[in-house]
Design a protein around this ligand. Structure first.
Ligand code: MRU
Length: 347
C-alpha cells in the first residue's frame, strides 16, 4: 500500500510528490510551518490528503506551543489554524479538516480539559482522520465499482488516487474496488498539464498495482472517446457546490464536455467532506492561480519565451449538467443534486 503521509513522533512524514516517480523519498516535516509549506508547494496534494496533512499540522503545532498559559495557548492555536488555512484556497477538505480540529479544541477547552490532554487529544483526532479517510475511500470504492462494467476502460484526469488521500483513493479507489471485485478494468490517464499529476502520479500508482494503464496527453482524450475506446470517465473533486457543480483539476471541464458529446458517463468520486453546501453554485468556488513557472517550465527546462504572459488556474468548474453521478462513501447521488447531495450529507 502506498504511504502518502503518516504521523510520527518527530513530525508528519510525507512522500515528496514533487519528485515522483523518479525519486521516492519520505521527508519528515517537523513544525506546523513546515507542514504548511509542504501543502503550498505540493509535496502533498489532493483534496483529502491536504485535509489530513493540515489536521496533523494543527496537532503538531499545538503539541509544540511552549506556553502553559491558556490565553497564550489559545492565541497560538488560532494562529496555527490560520497559517494552515492560508495554504491553498480551492479544496474545501483543507478547511473542513481544520474546522474539525478547531471545534474539538473549543469543546475540550469548554470542558476545562488540561492543556496536556488537549494536546494529546488533537494528535489522536488527526490520526483518526487519517484512518477514517482510508475507510471512507474504500466505502466509496464499493459504491462506485457497481457503476463499472466488467471489461470497462475508464478515463481519469489528474491524480485522485492513494497519493491524493490518506490511501486507496477516490476515483482510483473506485477502479481499485472494481478490480478487487473481480472486474477487468483498464485505465486511460490524462497526463494533466501543467503539474503532470496524471503522468507522474496516476501512472506510477496504477503501474505499481498492476492495473492496466495507458498514459495520454490531455489533448488526446477526445480522440479516444470518439473512437469508442472509453466507456466512462471517473475523476475526483476539490469542492462540490450544493447544486452539484464540481471544482476539480484544470482540464476536467473539457473532459466532461467531451464525454457528454460522446455519450460517455462522467462520474465524480468524492467524500462528503468535499461537499460545500454553503455555496449554491460552482461560480462561488475560489480558484487557485499558481506560479507561471509551472506553465513555462517542466522541471528546470524552459519551454516558453522569457517574459511571455501566462495564466495558470489550477482548477476549473464543471457545471452539474455534465455530471452523470457523484459517488460518495454514503452512496451515489444523481440529479437533481440540490436534493440528492443534501440527503446524503444529512444521512
Ligand atoms: O492541485 P492538486 O494536485 O492538489 O489537485 C488535485 C485534484 O484536482 C484532485 O483531482 C482532487 O483533489 C481530488 S483527489 C482525491
Amino acid at each position: 500500500m502506498i504511504k502518502t503521509l503518516a504521523w510520527t513522533d518527530d513530525g508528519v512524514e510525507m512522500v515528496d510528490q514533487r519528485l515522483l516517480p523518479a525519486e521516492e523519498v519520505y521527508p519528515v516535516f517537523k513544525t506546523y510551518e513546515e507542514v504548511a509549506w509542504a501543502i503550498k508547494e505540493m509535496v502533498v496534494r489532493g483534496a483529502p490528503a491536504i485535509g489530513v496533512a493540515a489536521a496533523m499540522g494543527v496537532a503538531l503545532g499545538a503539541r509544540d506551543i511552549p506556553s502553559e498559559d491558556a490565553a497564550a495557548f489559545d492565541a497560538d492555536f488560532q494562529k496555527i489554524c490560520d497559517v494552515l488555512a492560508g495554504t491553498r484556497p480551492t479544496a474545501v477538505n483543507l478547511f473542513w479538516a481544520i474546522e474539525r480540529m478547531r471545534s474539538l479544541y473549543t469543546r475540550l477547552k469548554s470542558e476545562q480539559t488540561s492543556l496536556a490532554d488537549i494536546r494529546a487529544r488533537l494528535i489522536v483526532e488527526a490520526k483518526q482522520m487519517h484512518d477514517e479517510d482510508i475507510a471512507i475511500n474504500q466505502a466509496m470504492g464499493r459504491h462506485g465499482a457497481e457503476l463499472l462494467a466488467d471489461g470497462a476502460t475508464v478515463l481519469t484526469h489528474c491524480n485522485a488516487g492513494a497519493l491524493a488521500t490518506a490511501g486507496y483513493g477516490t476515483a482510483l479507489g473506485v477502479i481499485r474496488a472494481a478490480v478487487e471485485a473481480g472486474k477487468r478494468v483498464a485505465v486511460f490517464a490524462d497526463e494533466t498539464r501543467p503539474f503532470l499529476q496524471g503522468a507522474r502520479l496516476t501512472a506510477w500508482e496504477l503501474q505499481k498495482d498492476s492495473i492496466p494503464v495507458t498514459l495520454i496527453t490531455d489533448n488526446m482524450a477526445g480522440h479516444f472517446m470518439k473512437a469508442g475506446q472509453i466507456d466512462c470517465v471517473v475523476v475526483g473533486a476539490d469542492r462540490i457546490a450544493a447544486n452539484g457543480d464540481v471544482a476539480n483539476k484544470i482540464g476536467t471541464y473539457s473532459v466532461a464536455v467531451l464525454a457528454k458529446e460522446n455519450n460517455i458517463p462522467f462520474y465524480v468520486a468524492a467524500p462528503i467532506s468535499t461537499l460545500d453546501l454553503t455555496l449554491t453554485s460552482g461560480t462561488q468556488i475560489p480558484i487557485e492561480e499558481r506560479t507561471p513557472r509551472e506553465v513555462t517550465h517542466v522541471k528546470d527546462v524552459q519551454l516558453a519565451p522569457s517574459g511571455i504572459k501566462i495564466a495558470n488556474p489550477a482548477f476549473d468548474v464543471t457545471p452539474n449538467r455534465y455530471v452523470s453521478a457523484i459517488i460518495t462513501e454514503r452512496g451515489v447521488a444523481r440529479a437533481p443534486y440540490e436534493e440528492s447531495l443534501r440527503r446524503l450529507a444529512n444521512s
